[in-house]
Design a binder for this molecule. Structure first.
Ligand code: NAD
Length: 367
């Protein structure tokens, strides 16, 4: 298979982890005899420094003319510490989602058994958790009208949803549930928010097309509690942009660390794959960022955009083998044991690559 992949490292640890995701994709191409052509592009703080624009036109052209995108993260302390700056890295990310019509963000929350002890949640509560989030990406408070009143002391961000935005992501969530445990939990705040009442109404209507899938509705505050209390009770979670943003960070604790969660953003055209974490200024440049979320993003890319299921699964097996051998980055090391062998960002990526070669492909296909 011949495909063009744009690598969009972005800022901070985005650069460090996408290097490892790319390494894995290169090895997969070698093992399975595919031709992946890589191009690199800029977004975020780097792009502002280079051109004054967090998403330059040249980047948009590159993104629209490739088969898939592996993205890192955007963000820089300069902007976090100065809210008055008008041009900001995150604007590049929001614009990219709009430009590419990426309206559905899929976030699988799957716990590797080897990391049961790495989470702050008890192992017996976590074991067997397997949740797939569908977070809406192009509506909500992020895109509604925002501003300040003249006196500067009143600010607003309009929470807004349109029927078609809810319908298209609801269909995706119900279709995915059919390939899993056939349950969709729709999360909203319909007791107080009108946009949530529309959300609930539309999701209920769409559910009629999928009588084989169970639908339940939860308020976001209760869902946040139940995620930690009984994560196994969730299969597919369907929610809006803001609630999805917060709940998936919470759910990262089920998987042990922010550094373990990948996501896929899909919609009308090319798919974009990225870790759920940000640019993590606190650890940038230290070589300790966990690259597994980026490597898992590469696995999702192969599966969803290219339909390469065996290749995608091989990456998961290589990560399992790595963790089984006791190798960890610091964020997932078990503080209670000294058995873990600590790797840095680059050596973790290389170790996963070495496992890809070791798992016999012929056995793997037969398993
Ligand atoms: P963050 O996700 O960058 O970091 C949160 C915490 O998790 C930090 O302590 C960090 O060290 C840790 N962490 C994150 N990824 C890790 C990894 N791979 N390995 C080990 N530890 C990891 O969130 P934040 O600190 O709130 O934000 C930092 C910057 O990132 C901000 O500028 C923010 O705007 C930006 N951000 C960008 C995105 C994105 O590009 N999609 C998402 C979230 C935040």
């Amino acid at each position: 298979m011949k495909r063009k992949i744009v690598i969009l490292p972005g800022d901070g640890i985005g650069k460090e982890v996408t290097t490892e995701g790319k390494k894995v994709l290169q090895k997969i191409a070698e093992i399975f005899d595919h031709q992946f052509d890589f191009e690199e592009s800029i977004i975020g703080h780097d792009a502002i420094e280079a051109s004054g624009n967090p998403l330059p036109d040249e980047t948009i052209v590159q993104l629209k003319n490739c088969d898939a995108i592996l993205f890192g993260a955007v963000g820089h302390p300069k902007y976090d510490n100065d809210p008055t700056l008008k041009v900001r890295p995150e604007q590049g990310l929001l614009k990219m989602r709009k430009e590419l019509g990426l309206y559905a963000n899929l976030r699988p929350i799957k716990l590797f058994d080897e990391l049961l002890e790495a989470s702050s949640i008890k192992a017996e509560i976590l074991k067997g958790s397997d949740i797939l989030f569908f977070r809406e990406l192009t509506g909500d408070v992020y895109f509604g009208e925002k501003g300040r009143k003249d006196d500067g002391n009143t600010a607003y961000d309009l929470m807004i949803y349109q029927r078609y935005e809810i319908e298209r992501i609801a269909h995706k969530a119900f279709l995915a549930a059919r390939t899993r445990r056939r349950k969709v939990t729709s999360v909203d705040k319909a007791n107080v928010l009108e946009s949530s009442r529309l959300w609930r109404q539309v999701v209920t209507e769409i559910a009629k097309n999928y009588p084989d899938v169970e639908l339940d509705h939860q308020f976001v505050d209760s869902a946040a509690m139940k995620l930690i209390q009984n994560p196994r009770s969730f299969d597919v979670v369907l929610t809006g942009n803001l609630f999805g943003d917060i709940l998936t960070d919470e759910a990262s604790q089920i998987a042990g660390s922010m550094g373990m969660l990948a996501s896929a953003s899909v919609g009308d055209s090319v798919g974009l794959y990225e870790p759920i974490h940000g640019s993590a200024h606190d650890i940038t440049g230290k070589g300790i960022a966990n690259p597994l979320a980026s490597i898992l993003s590469a696995s999702l890319l192969l599966d969803i955009s290219f339909g390469l299921k065996e290749e995608s699964e091989l990456i998961i097996k290589a990560i399992e083998a790595t963790l089984k051998s006791g190798y960890r980055t610091v964020d997932i090391a078990d503080s209670k044991t000294s058995k873990d062998k600590i790797l840095n960002t680059s050596t973790m990526g290389s170790f996963v690559v070495s496992q890809l070669e070791k798992i016999p492909v012929v056995n793997y296909f037969n398993s």
